[in-house]
Design a binder for this molecule. Structure first.
Ligand SMILES: [Fe+2]
Ligand SMILES: [Fe+2]
Length: 166
């Protein structure tokens, strides 16, 4: 196990929630109340766990990757993935809030259903690929270059930087 094992473990904890995005997309075919409940759980996960995880990476992990690569700006493409997750989450929040305004009962319109499904499947694909890139490209670099003390200090800084929304 390399020094970045704690981050791999964190991803393992987040991953079942990422996989659940597809089940929520399928729930858009069914009962409105069940769907709203599933969307609320999904949004809690995205807004309170996944996005703070990404913010901690932006603040601490990615600067460390750039330092190890001796390549300032090398993580810009990955930061852009994080911005995409924030934007897709914002749009999902808007669609979910629209489900409890009038008309707030009965089946979803096909436009609502398709909009939700597009966002949920999109988030699933973006985040899965993003995790794979971090684990397959960045973490091996850090495993090769960081001492156990460097890594411990980095994870402590990441936990200190994770700003949870109020
Ligand atoms: Fe990330
Ligand atoms: Fe990550």
């Amino acid at each position: 196990m390399g020094v970045t094992a704690p981050l791999r473990r964190e991803h393992q904890e987040l991953l079942p929630h990422i996989e659940a995005l597809c089940a929520v997309a399928e729930a858009a075919e069914g009962d409105r109340d069940t769907l709203v409940k599933a969307l609320d759980d999904t949004l809690t996960f995205l807004e309170r766990h996944l996005i703070p995880h990404a913010q901690a990476e932006d603040a601490v992990l990615y600067p460390k990757v750039e330092q190890v690569m001796r390549a300032p700006g090398a993580t810009a493409t990955m930061r852009r993935d994080h911005e995409e997750v924030v934007e897709l989450t914002r749009r999902l929040r808007r669609l979910r809030d629209g489900l409890t305004g009038p008309p707030s009962s009965g089946p979803l319109s096909s436009e609502q259903r398709r909009g939700l499904q597009r966002l949920l499947y999109g988030l699933h694909a973006v985040v899965r690929l993003h995790f794979a890139k971090e684990e397959e490209v960045y973490l091996p670099l850090l495993d090769a270059e960081l001492t156990a003390e460097d890594a411990a200090a980095m994870f402590q800084a990441m936990h200190g930087s994770a700003s949870l929304p109020s």
